[in-house]
Design a protein. Structure first.
Length: 257
């Protein structure tokens, strides 16, 4: 299926590896030119080079921390009029909420709620004026089914979800769609790092348990989420507005999502 976005321009945040990288790769295979960001310049440039060689699209690697004013400014300077924005940032660490002070909470809210809102604010009016825009926020399955040890992620991402629910319906008439992807367990460094914090079990044991806990019987391949992202960014997805697409192998058990 041709998604109808060849030649479009996208900013993909935190895209040097993991789910962000998967989104960038899938968009590139659809002929989308990319600006990708991440904090580690060497890894980011390696990813950019791999995508260029595999797809032939233009890829600009913009190192920086997207959760800072400077990082956002750098990404937007490289692509001031994106057709597509994929918001993504690393999740806050697990733990007990009794141990988190105000500054720890502020960092989580800044990364996983305010940063995507600031990026949306920077690009949405241009999308409206050009009569095309696709914004996809990578949040978490914890928005639907909170994970006890990930309280900061539960809270910050739920806040973003509430904001998007209102804004998406204000801009949809201009062919600008905003939706969220809610990943469950995917085989990424994030899954490995949270698994390593589980006392008394190896990382492989924890990942195997997560796999067994899904009806699909496995954890997700990041490419699956990348392709879902590309579809939501496609020209044919403009009637999908303010939705939360859960990719968790069926772990969330409900008749209606």
């Amino acid at each position: 299926m041709d998604l109808g976005i060849r030649g479009r321009k996208a900013i993909v945040c935190a895209a040097s590896k993991g789910l962000g990288r998967a989104c960038a790769v899938s968009l590139a295979h659809e002929g989308v030119d990319l600006v990708i960001t991440a904090r580690t310049a060497e890894v980011l440039e390696c990813t950019a080079d791999e995508i260029r060689k595999a797809t032939g699209v233009r890829v600009a690697a913009v190192p920086g921390d997207i959760t800072t004013d400077a990082g956002r400014a750098a990404a937007l300077a490289a692509c001031p009029e994106p057709d597509i924005l994929v918001n993504n940032a690393g999740g806050p660490p697990p733990g007990d909420f009794r141990d988190w002070d105000r500054e720890t909470w502020i960092r989580a809210i800044n990364a996983n709620m305010l940063t995507p809102i600031f990026m949306i604010r920077a690009v949405v009016d241009g999308m409206i004026s050009r009569r095309f825009g696709r914004i996809v926020n990578i949040t978490s399955a914890s928005v639907k089914s909170p994970i006890p040890t990930l309280g900061m992620s539960n809270g910050a991402r739920a806040g973003l979800t509430g904001f998007v629910a209102g804004l998406a319906r204000q801009v949809a008439r201009h062919n600008v769609s905003i939706n969220n992807l809610l990943p469950g367990p995917f085989l990424t460094d994030r899954l490995r790092s949270t698994a390593s914090s589980t006392s008394g079990k190896t990382v492989d044991e924890v990942i195997a348990e997560r796999a067994a806990g899904t009806p699909a019987g496995r954890v997700g391949d990041p490419a699956e989420l990348g392709d879902a992202c590309a579809f939501l960014c496609g020209a044919h997805a403009g009637f999908i507005v303010g939705q939360n697409l859960l990719l968790d192998g069926g772990a969330f058990n409900a008749t209606l999502g």
